[in-house]
Write a protein that binds this ligand. Structure first.
Ligand code: F0G
Length: 458
């Protein structure tokens, strides 16, 4: 394999979904009807959908076979035991609690361990994780290393936790008010950036010193393990499942969305070692999700996830996955489009604020860029900037730390020619960046405004 430079998709296409090719005029009408918010579009009007990598991937023929095998017994189904074995093969925690997706696992865990006066440190909380922490009255604190906040700074493990800041934070608050420390692998909100095993060991040592449990938000664990395999000294010959088990061995539990590295369209789980904690979580699970051997899932979903977990750690898949994301990012970088570097695992993040310096943050440069990419090429990306984070609980509005546009790559879904098309469209828009105008928000809900806000171009 080493002889060839071309990285092919390590699969053949077995069933296809047609894409309807729309015109600029049609897309302008769709934008107007959507109030210039791409969350309001009909996905049938999108040509290449890079809104999220969550639940949007393709399943393999073996996963579809598993769907057929799914056993829908209420309790103790063989599909549950296959799921349990697949999870514990990679993450040998004593208790595995299935949920309908990642945020349900977060909701259950934080309902049990967090609450007013408590604080949860993380490298960077994903939005739902932060929201679930805050919903209990606790505080969500982001302590990623300084390089993780600088789009252009190159660092092999930009998702690492700032160990000194973590130690200082726990000392200042007192270990009694920190119910757990979280590490998100890879660090989605920071650009899909990995965390090294060395850093995880450092976090573990701090947790041990203070007697605190460590949890992984492991949504993109396989992509993180691949970066360790490629970049961390001593791991180039270690198999991916072993690296994953080493990550797990440093933690006391995990939350997971199987919609990412479970290679499934739905699902998740919470896993813990502590018997008492597991019992309290299971009691809540029964209230909100379902019986402990299916959680919020059908037997067939458990099968799809079990099979997905065996496919996601295959080296051919991960090599293709990480290289093909980098292929998009590196092409944009070569074309002079400012992107977060190095390129992360699941997405390319364009720095819209630096591409559109003439649009002030409060005229939403990220939104201007996602609208232009859709108008010109039917590409749907996601604004991660002032639209998403600019409004505060006290009613004020300020610019977010960065105005980024995320192009998230669904797993095993688009081919290189789709990505070449995306590169061509982004370059075309970037060459005419000076022509883009900002937007004004005309309607906004009180919380999570980015999902339903409406805009008018300025
Ligand atoms: N943690 C991380 C790091 C995530 O990226 C997500 C979801 C979740 C937790 C929640 O999982 O969606 O199954 O409830 N991220 C998606 C995204 C939505 O687009 O990045 P979920």
């Amino acid at each position: 394999m080493e002889r060839w430079k071309t990285i092919i998709e390590p699969f053949r296409i077995h069933s296809v979904e047609p894409i309807r090719l729309t015109s600029v005029e049609e897309r302008e009408r769709a934008l107007e009807a959507a109030g210039w918010n791409l969350f309001n579009l009909h996905s049938a009007d999108v040509i290449v959908d890079l809104l999220t990598d969550s639940g949007t991937g393709s399943m393999s023929s073996e996963q579809w076979a598993g769907i057929q095998r799914g056993d829908e017994s209420y309790a103790g189904s063989p599909s549950w035991f296959r799921f349990l074995a697949a999870v514990q093969h990679l993450f040998p925690f004593r208790h595995v609690i299935p949920t309908h997706q990642g945020r349900a696992a977060e909701k259950i865990l934080f309902s049990v361990i967090a609450g007013p006066g408590k604080a949860i440190p993380n490298n960077t909380h994903f939005d739902t994780t932060r929201a679930n922490v805050e919903f209990t009255g606790a505080e969500a604190v982001d302590l990623v290393i300084a390089e993780g906040r600088e789009p252009a700074t190159i660092h092999p493990f930009k998702g690492n936790m700032d160990l000194d800041a973590l130690d200082a934070f726990i000392r200042e608050r007192g270990a009694a008010s920190v119910p757990a420390v979280f590490v998100t692998v890879t660090n989605n909100s920071g650009g899909g950036q990995p965390v090294s095993l060395e850093n995880l060991r450092g976090v573990r040592a701090i947790c041990d010193r203070h007697g605190l449990p460590l949890f992984l938000d492991a949504c993109r664990f396989a992509e993180n393990a691949w970066f360790i395999h490629e970049r961390e000294a001593g791991y180039s010959r270690i198999a991916i499942p072993e690296i994953v088990r080493e990550m797990a061995s440093l933690a006391d539990g995990m939350t997971m969305s199987a919609k990412k590295d479970g290679l499934a369209n739905i699902g998740g789980w919470l896993a813990v070692d502590d018997d008492g904690l597991a019992e309290r979580c299971r009691n809540l699970l029964i209230l909100t999700e379902g019986f402990p051997t299916y959680g919020g899932l059908a037997g067939r979903d458990l099968e799809a996830i079990a099979q997905g977990l065996s496919e996601v750690v295959q080296e051919d898949y991960l090599h293709y996955r990480i290289r093909s994301t980098a292929y998009l990012g590196e092409a944009l970088d070569r074309a002079g489009v400012p992107v977060v570097k190095p390129i992360g695992g699941h997405a390319v993040y364009i720095d819209a604020r630096s591409l559109l310096p003439h649009i002030p943050p409060l005229a939403y440069p990220g939104q201007a860029l996602v609208v232009a990419l859709y108008r010109e090429g039917g590409i749907r990306g996601c604004e991660i900037g002032t639209v998403m984070f600019g409004r505060h609980p006290d009613g004020s509005e300020t610019s977010a730390a960065m105005d980024l546009v995320r192009l998230a790559i669904p797993r095993r879904t688009y081919t290189q020619s789709h990505i070449d098309y995306v590169i061509e469209v982004v370059r075309w828009v970037a060459e005419r960046a000076g022509d883009l105008r900002g937007l004004r928000m005309t309607e906004e809900p009180p919380q999570l405004r980015h999902f339903t806000a409406r805009f008018q171009p300025l």
